[in-house]
Design a protein around this ligand. Structure first.
Ligand code: COI
Length: 403
């Protein structure tokens, strides 16, 4: 059986329930990890159901080196946010949607998963126990990161014998260093994020690994650097902690470059990469960490969910918000050429919320949108969504859970 290190103490779920704010610089939050007080942990064996979890002091976890998650990537994650309202109440945005998506992913990854009720209750307890880390209204949000992993030991390829559901939280501000200013994307024409039949449509941990790793060339070797503490846009020298593995530069070196897509783009000054489908190499898929929308007149188009892109909860919400505001929303295959004469492009995701796109570069050709900053449609949808999430407008969709 796996266990957690002895430095972690079982905590009383209410021991930290204080409405005092943590003493941090709320005006300068980015999207970096900041440890908080408690994490939630629940375990079960293969073939069983999750039954009871507990809040533990936040800290490192101990895993058998043979754990399924470490060896075969049997793991999923989720992301959702809690907002502090002006009346000091706490709001969660559609947590049951995350619970259902986790359950769907768990089925694909042969893992047991918490019920929707267990998931939402665990999120609620974790947020309340860490309440002082929720940014004041207008200063950001608390990012909630649920993980589901095969924590039991396996050697041959098989589902792990034991599973851990864990939630930790961290106060966050804007995801992109640009803040709400438009970001600049580059269309990735050689590397692909997902393939039909793969796991691109579920939130597996492995889908994202390539996007957070950096490859640099040092003398005649390539170094694959995993950054444990990097902000977007940081240079390698500013990482607080790196783990380095050497790989030889052989004939298949170009394949390794898939690990480099995002960092290569950043090195050239782009904010992120926009992926195309791997079959036709022509249709939009998603950006490394978010879904994408293209606006032309009153029509807003976004790639259809067909197994290779993530069914984003912000994506789904924006589709409903846009339709309720009179836009025609089309979920379909969107050819990359449509970027060339779009009025606006924006990205959606829990972490990024809505991020307007200022330019997209496709095979050396740069198209700009919204000459004077954020496009009107992006601004209108951003405002409608965030006002709802922060409790500033009436929740007519019944999307908000007030704690
Ligand atoms: C989120 O938006 O919550 C995600 O999970 C994307 C992640 C890369 C930050």
């Amino acid at each position: 059986k796996q266990h957690f290190s002895s430095s972690i103490h079982v905590a009383s779920p209410t021991s930290n329930a204080t409405s005092e704010s943590a003493d941090i610089d709320w005006d300068n939050l980015g999207f970096g990890f900041m440890p908080t007080d408690y994490m939630y942990v629940m375990k079960c064996s293969q073939g069983e159901n999750f039954s009871e979890g507990q809040l533990l002091r936040f800290g490192n976890i101990e895993l058998n080196p043979s754990a399924g998650i470490l060896n075969y990537g049997q793991g999923l994650f989720e992301g959702l946010k809690a907002y502090r309202k002006h009346d000091r109440n706490i709001l969660l945005f559609r947590p049951e949607e995350n619970a259902m998506r986790l359950r769907m992913g768990a089925e694909r990854m042969c893992m047991p998963s918490p019920t929707v009720e267990q998931f939402v209750e665990a999120v609620r307890e974790t947020v309340l126990a860490n309440e002082k880390w929720i940014p004041p209204p207008g200063k950001g949000s608390m990012y909630i990161r649920p993980l589901l992993m095969g924590s039991g030991a396996v050697l041959g390829l098989a589902p792990a014998p034991e599973y851990t559901f864990l939630i930790y939280v961290s106060p966050v501000g804007n995801y992109f260093k640009e803040g709400l200013a438009p970001i600049n994307l580059v269309v990735e024409t050689e590397m692909h994020r997902a393939t039909p039949g793969g796991t691109g449509g579920v939130k597996t941990i492995g889908n994202y690994a390539a996007e957070g790793a950096f490859c640099v060339r040092r003398s005649k070797k390539w170094l694959l650097i995993h950054c444990e503490s990097a902000e977007y846009g940081d240079s390698c020298s500013s990482f607080r902690s790196v783990r380095i593995a050497e790989i030889s530069l052989g004939p298949s070196a170009r394949l390794w470059l898939v690990l480099k897509a995002q960092s290569a783009a950043k090195a050239k000054g782009y904010s992120d990469v926009l992926y195309l489908d791997s079959v036709h190499k022509r249709f939009l898929e998603e950006v490394s960490s978010c879904n994408v929308f293209v606006v032309k007149g009153n029509v807003i188009s976004t790639p259809a969910i067909k197994g290779t892109i993530l069914p984003g909860i912000t994506r789904k919400s924006i589709i409903d918000v846009a339709r309720s505001q009179g836009f025609q929303v089309e979920e379909r295959m969107v050819p990359v050429e449509e970027l060339l004469d779009a009025d606006e492009v924006f990205c959606t995701g829990t972490a990024v919320v809505i991020s307007p796109v200022g330019s997209i570069t496709y095979i050396g050709k740069r198209v700009s949108y919204g000459s004077s900053g954020v496009g009107l449609v992006s601004q209108q949808l951003y405002s409608a969504l965030t006002r709802l999430q922060m409790g500033l407008t009436e929740d007519t969709m019944d999307w908000i859970l007030e704690l």
